[in-house]
Design a protein around this ligand. Structure first.
Ligand code: F6P
Length: 348
């Protein structure tokens, strides 16, 4: 499949970015790194980038430990066999880091010099919003063709319907909710299950709907303890003997444990809280995440070859899309309103 070159748009792109885009060198050597929190499926994306590059007669180098490794010149060229047997593995074989130093312009200049010195003329960055901010600055300031591949369990990336790792994290959290349901029902108990998501509630909302939660608490909506307690008291009056509340980690000050205390105080219910934490990040990626990662890794390299730069590769109802990185990290993905409504109606 051939990806069409980007269409010049008079609005949006800055002059510098446009200039950078049209003076792109022919790409011969791609660097790939993972940055931010690991997500299941990152290895499948690395494999796809490496093998697509080699299939297109490009050289490809691994940059270890994200931007930190780039600054430390921790770089090694890869062959097609070096990514054998990793599609099923969680984590990232390239390892990852959150580099504070890369936020400084001098550090990005150093990084650009290292890439030039190594003969790496384009970069694939697999990560989330923070990683894309760095990638977009590297592109704008130094004209390096950069493409982002969305990899985070949080699914909080604007410009793509879904991110690598989200589906696996949902499955892990859902399995926990299903298990807790058994104990909740046996003991007539209320369980709070705290899921990850940083400042977003996409994991909580989807796990809540799939797990039949009585309530879902997310940062995108006000979480008034009085309302939550009233809702649970109402559920008990309607004959429910146990309940599950899915709480996004960023939804309530002090997290689910603080919410537990407040609910107990107001309702007198016996509450237990389970914090799933990093268990949602590890483990073998689901089929969906492996397929998504393979598609995005492949389309990232095809996109770079076609001249897309300073963009992310994502998917939405139109198929593969290449939104500008700056739009991606400057905008927030909205929560699915309809799913929120469905969750409330189905919890009667
Ligand atoms: O962004 C992924 C994520 O797992 C968030 O859901 C969570 O808030 C954060 O990373 C945790 O970061 P760390 O692994 O640094 O504790």
């Amino acid at each position: 499949m051939t990806v069409p070159p980007p269409t010049p748009s008079p609005s949006g792109a800055s002059d510098d970015a446009r200039q950078a885009r049209y003076t792109l060198p022919v790409i011969k050597h791609i660097g790939v790194l993972t940055s931010g929190g690991d997500a299941p499926g990152m290895n499948a994306a690395i494999r796809a980038v490496v093998r697509t590059a080699i299939a297109r007669d490009l050289r490809v180098s691994a940059i270890y430990r994200g931007y930190q490794g780039l600054l430390d010149n921790d770089i090694r060229e890869l062959g097609a066999r070096s990514v054998a047997n990793i599609i099923q593995r969680g984590g990232t074989i390239l390892r990852t880091a959150r580099s504070k130093r890369f936020q400084e312009p001098e550090a990005r200049k150093e990084a650009a010099d290292i890439l030039h010195h190594r003969g790496i003329d384009a970069l694939c960055v697999i990560g989330g919003d923070g990683s894309f901010r760095g990638a977009s600055l590297l592109h704008e300031e130094h004209g390096i063709p950069v493409i982002g591949i969305p990899g985070t369990i949080d699914n909080d990336i604007y410009g793509t319907d879904v991110t690598i790792g989200f589906n696996t994290a949902l499955n892990i959290a859902l399995e926990a909710v299903d298990r807790l349901r058994d104990t909740a029902a046996s003991h007539d108990r209320l369980f709070l299950v705290e899921v990850m998501g940083r400042n977003s509630g996409h994991i909580a909302l989807n796990v809540g709907v799939a797990g039949g939660a009585e309530a879902i608490v997310i940062p995108e909506r006000n979480s008034d303890v009085g309302d939550i307690a009233d809702l649970l008291i109402g559920a008990e009056r309607r004959g429910k003997t146990s309940s599950i509340v899915v709480v996004a980690e960023g939804a309530f000050p002090g997290g689910a444990l603080a919410l537990q205390e407040a609910i107990e105080e107001r309702s007198g219910f016996e509450v237990r809280t389970v914090i799933l934490g990093h268990t949602q990040r590890g483990g073998s990626p689901s089929t969906r995440d492996r397929v998504l990662a393979s598609r995005l890794g492949y389309m990232a390299v095809e996109g770079l070859i076609a001249g897309h730069a300073g963009v992310m590769v994502g998917v939405d109802k139109r198929g593969t899309v290449y939104p500008k990185l700056q739009d991606v990290w400057e905008n927030e993905k909205e929560i699915d309103e309809q799913l929120l409504e469905i969750a409330a109606v189905l919890a009667i």
